[in-house]
Design a protein around this ligand. Structure first.
Ligand SMILES: Nc1nc2c(ncn2[C@@H]2O[C@H](COP(=O)(O)OP(=O)(O)OP(=O)(O)O)[C@@H](O)[C@H]2O)c(=O)[nH]1
Length: 398
């Protein structure tokens, strides 16, 4: 492909492929991985690694860079693999117009991605590298769930996961100094919205410093696994096809034992308990993990209403008749939420939420590994204090 000609996107469809294969290419949704991370953390290094590794995926890359660096970045990254000199031919680039995709999401960004999707069938996976200053939340929303927001792209693209690259040398400082008008700066938003974290450049710092940075990341986002890397060297199974928005593995794998957190002698089967270890505030952002006992179906409906109030109105129901008494708190903001809820019948439901969008879906029986004795809700955002647990308890009792 001619890298200097954006309008020419080559057709890579194999015209000799069997008809059934072509049909499945037409209907299959293409997974999209978003790579985020603060300026200079190693996003392009990760992208280059993915593009030059022998993995068999045909990858379409969307780069979203500020200013004049777009061309430079694209050229620098479009290298062929030493192992496979032909690899370059199996990838295609779509450089977006200058400017930040998350700000121009409805026009240039969408149009460019729709143009790319005209070549559907030519690639198996999309990787979108954001700018170091982008908030990945709105970008993730674009590929996830809501057709009104995504302009129909969700029909064709599924959000596989958000991968955040954190600089091991400067990450701690970036998090500590990170502040914006509403109290949550970019580097913290990026960590908050991510499903996997790469702590990159670990060759530059001591183990003690790494542990401190890891601890900070974990407190902002307790549910994302953290991988230490040098030159973003990571086994791709940890970052591609992880199905972070549809699978329940990540939520089920958490081996945290809720009853170790409270005094209840018979475990915590009748109340919500909270993980104090992960309730933490850094520059206004915090995370909260709540363990929720098995619910009756009516309580699941109440839980869903409570989540709607939280995400859509930034309201924290205050107990009693929670629908009538709300504690409106404009600084209450949820950036990411996840949950796995268990009914007394043994059925399980999964919650996934990005910004004010959420989805609650039954977990298919084949995905259920044993019956957990409690459900879990993870909230990451701003203004999430201890009273939320009381508020949810009141909602479920009402
Ligand atoms: N020492 C060391 N340097 C690294 C490592 N990973 C990346 N770098 C270097 O860090 C610099 C920035 O890496 P990039 O991959 O361009 O970072 P980026 O996040 O894409 O940067 P922006 O696009 O400017 O936000 C480059 O000079 C890399 O060679 C690492 O693990 N160790």
């Amino acid at each position: 492909m001619d890298q200097d000609n954006d309008s020419e996107i080559p057709t890579l469809i194999d015209h000799d492929a069997p008809v059934t294969e072509l049909i499945s290419q037409e209907t299959r949704r293409i997974p999209c991985t978003i790579i985020t991370g603060f300026l200079g953390a190693g996003k392009s290094t990760l992208l280059r690694r993915i593009l030059t590794e022998r993995h068999g995926y045909r990858i379409a890359v969307i780069m979203n860079e500020f200013g004049d660096t777009a061309n430079i970045e694209a050229k620098a990254i479009n290298v062929s693999s030493h192992e496979d000199p032909m690899a370059e031919k199996s990838e295609e680039f779509l450089e977006l117009a200058n400017g930040c995709l998350c700000c121009s999401i409805k026009d240039a960004g969408i149009a460019a991605i729709e143009k790319l999707m005209e070549r559907k069938g030519a690639f198996d996976h999309i990787i979108l590298e954001t700018t170091g200053l982008a908030d990945p939340g709105p970008i993730a929303s674009m590929f996830w769930l809501n057709e009104e927001y995504s302009a129909g792209l969700r029909k064709q693209i599924s959000l596989d996961g958000v991968v955040c690259v954190v600089d091991a040398a400067f990450g701690q400082q970036q998090m500590e100094e990170d502040h914006s008008i509403d109290g949550i700066g970019e580097s913290l938003r990026q960590i908050a919205c991510s499903d996997v974290i790469l702590l990159n450049k670990v060759d530059l710092v001591s183990n003690d410093k790494l542990a401190v940075t890891e601890e900070m990341i974990h407190k902002v986002n307790p549910s994302a696994p953290i991988h230490r890397t040098i030159q973003a060297n990571i086994d791709l199974v940890h970052i591609m096809n992880i199905d972070a928005y549809a699978g329940v593995k990540q939520l089920q794998n958490d081996n945290f034992k809720p009853h170790q957190l409270c005094d209840a002698s018979d475990g915590c089967h009748d109340h919500i308990c909270q993980s104090p270890a992960t309730h933490y505030e850094l520059r206004g952002i915090s995370s909260l993990q709540l363990f929720i006992p098995p619910l009756i179906p009516d309580q699941l409906t109440k839980l869903e209403h409570w989540i709607q109030e939280l995400l859509w109105r930034h309201d924290k129901p205050t107990g009693g008749d929670y629908k009538d008494h709300k504690d409106h708190n404009p600084s209450l903001r949820v950036l990411r939420c996840k949950g796995l809820f268990v009914l007394e019948t043994g059925e399980e439901f999964m919650l996934q939420g990005v910004q004010n969008m959420y989805e609650m879906t039954p977990v298919e029986a084949r995905d259920v590994v044993g019956i957990p004795d409690s459900g879990k809700l993870v909230l990451i955002g701003k203004g999430l204090d201890d009273t939320l647990r009381e508020s949810l308890e009141a909602a479920l009792r009402s």
